[in-house]
Design a binder for this molecule. Structure first.
Ligand SMILES: NC(=O)c1ccc[n+]([C@@H]2O[C@H](COP(=O)([O-])OP(=O)(O)OC[C@H]3O[C@@H](n4cnc5c(N)ncnc54)[C@H](OP(=O)(O)O)[C@@H]3O)[C@@H](O)[C@H]2O)c1
Length: 267
């Protein structure tokens, strides 16, 4: 039985992960962490006998963290010191934070995934394939999320862009266009345009368009509920508990990493 420390247990993702784990036999939550100011502090996590605490202790197999950058980076340090595996789903991390995650992965196994949905990770793979087959197509990435989301474009939209540029041997900073407004927005060959929609309770939608002359391919994933991210996060936690130190993504968890490497390496 794998034991999980659930960070941000009262949050939207924390709650969805708890609901999903309640249906699983091979994994259980033995720590739930919230802020002292949170209404769940020292209360029972829903439908469990786990009391929500403020501080993490080193007696879980895996720390599952969908919180905010500040908390995630504090947890990373703790996990590195205590050799605990991690699933990091928090988005909006800085470049410096990501460097720290890379460094920590020398000591502990980490699944770092801006999106833990199985379908989104299939979208990454399909986007890499489309970039290989249609290298001259104009690429546009559109994402939509609920009105609480702070960061834009979403980590997933950026990850789709990253998979495309890796296939095309480019750097995202050189080709990404994050806004268009005014009279001087002519598309340059090779640009990857990002568009953002925010509203209501949209759980998360991403479309990568590969637009050629006379035809286009659109790869779309739509999450209807957060449960899909929760299921992927639990799958990642079960997988990372068995891994050696290293930095992994959901394609590793799903056994698709070598297929992507093959697509990217093909001439
Ligand atoms: N990888 C994926 O597939 C995926 C999917 C969905 C969301 N996400 C990402 O996961 C993160 C959480 O999303 P969400 O929708 O669950 O947000 P949320 O509902 O706001 O929940 C965040 C939770 O983290 C806690 N938290 C945040 N910063 C903290 C800190 N410094 N100290 C202690 N607790 C802290 C919050 O506590 P309080 O309530 O006390 O503030 C809350 O319980 C975001 O970065 C989001 O973009 C990733």
């Amino acid at each position: 039985m794998i034991s999980i420390a659930l960070m941000g247990a009262s949050g939207r993702m924390g709650s969805a992960i708890n609901r999903y784990i309640l249906q699983c036999d091979s994994i259980r939550i033995n720590q739930a962490i919230v802020r002292r100011s949170n209404r769940y502090f020292e209360q029972l996590l829903d439908n469990t006998s786990v009391i929500c605490r403020e501080s993490l202790t080193p007696n879980s197999d895996v720390v599952v963290d969908f919180t905010g950058p500040e908390m995630t980076m504090a947890n990373l340090k703790f996990c590195q010191e205590h050799h605990m595996a991690m699933v990091i789903g928090t988005t909006g991390l800085s470049e410096q934070d990501i460097i720290q995650i890379h460094k920590a992965s020398a000591d502990i196994a980490i699944v770092f995934a801006a999106n833990t949905s199985v379908a989104v990770n299939l979208t990454y793979l399909l986007a890499s394939l489309a970039a290989k087959v249609m290298p001259d197509a104009d690429v546009e990435i559109i994402e939509a999320h609920h009105h609480h989301k702070k960061d834009a474009p979403s980590g997933t939209a950026l990850a789709i862009g990253q998979h495309i540029v890796e296939t095309k041997k480019q750097a995202l900073d050189d080709v990404a266009v994050y806004s268009r407004h005014g009279n001087d927005c002519l598309r340059q060959q090779g640009d990857i345009g990002f568009s953002t929609i925010r509203g209501g309770d949209i759980a998360g939608e991403h479309t990568a368009m590969f637009i050629g002359e006379g035809e286009r391919v659109e790869i779309t994933q739509r999450a209807i509920t957060r449960d899909t991210f929760a299921q992927g996060a639990v799958k990642a936690a079960e997988w990372v508990a068995q891994q050696k130190p290293g930095l992994y993504g959901m394609l590793d968890v799903l056994g698709l990493k070598s297929l992507e490497a093959f697509i990217k390496s093909k001439q």
